[in-house]
Design a protein around this ligand. Structure first.
Ligand code: CA
Length: 226
C-alpha cells in the first residue's frame, strides 16, 4: 500500500516515512506542496499524509484541488496548530482526518489504518461515463459487453477524463498528473495518447467522445441518439 507524505520539515517527513515503512507500507515523501500535488495527481496512493503549512501549494489548496478533480484518496492532515478553526478548514477542504503535531507513531498508524479501511470498503472499483466503464483494477475500458485493455498511460489519461463528470481537463493538467516529472513529455505526448484513446473508444462503438475545447483542453461528451 503506497502512502504519500507531504511535509516540508524533512526530518519529520523522513521519520513518518520510516514509521510507515516499518509497518509494511511503501512511503514516498514530497517536501513541498507543488511536488506533493504533482505526485498526488498520479492517483497511485492509498492515502496521503498532508501537512497544512507548506511552501508552494499549501495543504488546504492541495486537498481542495484533489477533491475538485474527483480524487477521493483518503487524506490525513497534519498541523502544528491546534485551533479549532484550522481543523474545521482542513475538514471542509476535504481532508478525512486531522492530527496535530507532535503525535505518537501508534496514533498515526491507527488513523491511517482506519482511513484506508474505510476507503477500501467504499472504493469504487470502476468509473463510468455514458456507455463507457473503466475498471480501475484491470485497466479495461468497456462498452455494452465489449472491452479493450488500456496501457498504463492511456489508463491514467482516461481516469482523469472520467473522474469528475464532463469536467474540462487541460493538457497541462494531464501532463502534470500523468507524466509528472518526465522531462521529455510535452503537450504532443498528451495529444498522442488522446488520439490512441479516441481510436479505442471508436473501436468499442461507444457514443462517448473526447472533445477538444480550443485553448481549454478535453472533455468527455456523450452523443445523443438522433
Ligand atoms: Ca510545514
Amino acid at each position: 500500500m503506497n502512502v504519500l507524505v507531504v511535509e516540508d520539515e524533512r526530518s519529520l517527513a523522513d521519520a513518518i516515512c520510516h514509521i510507515l515503512e516499518s509497518e509494511g507500507y511503501d512511503a514516498q515523501a514530497a517536501y513541498d506542496g507543488n511536488e506533493g500535488l504533482a505526485l498526488a495527481r498520479r492517483g497511485a496512493y492509498a492515502a496521503i499524509v498532508l501537512d497544512l503549512m507548506l511552501p508552494g501549494v499549501d495543504g488546504l489548496t492541495l486537498v481542495r484541488t484533489l477533491r475538485a478533480s474527483g480524487d477521493d484518496v483518503p487524506v490525513l492532515m497534519l498541523t502544528a496548530r491546534t485551533q479549532t478553526s484550522d481543523k474545521v478548514s482542513g475538514l471542509d477542504a476535504g481532508a478525512d482526518d486531522y492530527m496535530t503535531k507532535p503525535f505518537e507513531a501508534p496514533e498515526l498508524l491507527a488513523r491511517l489504518r482506519a482511513l484506508t479501511r474505510r476507503a477500501y470498503d467504499e472504493a469504487p472499483a470502476r468509473l463510468s461515463f455514458g456507455d463507457l466503464t473503466l475498471d480501475l483494477a484491470s485497466h479495461d475500458l468497456s462498452c455494452d459487453g465489449r472491452q479493450i485493455h488500456l496501457s498504463q498511460k492511456e489508463f491514467d489519461v482516461m481516469r482523469q477524463l472520467m473522474s469528475g463528470t464532463g469536467r474540462v481537463v487541460s493538457k497541462q493538467d494531464l501532463l502534470e498528473s500523468v507524466w509528472g516529472g518526465e522531462s521529455n513529455a510535452t503537450e504532443n505526448s498528451v495529444e498522442a495518447y488522446v488520439s490512441f484513446l479516441r481510436k479505442k473508444i471508436a473501436h468499442l462503438g461507444s457514443r462517448v467522445s473526447i472533445t477538444t475545447l480550443r485553448m481549454l483542453g478535453y472533455r468527455l461528451e456523450e452523443l445523443r441518439r438522433a
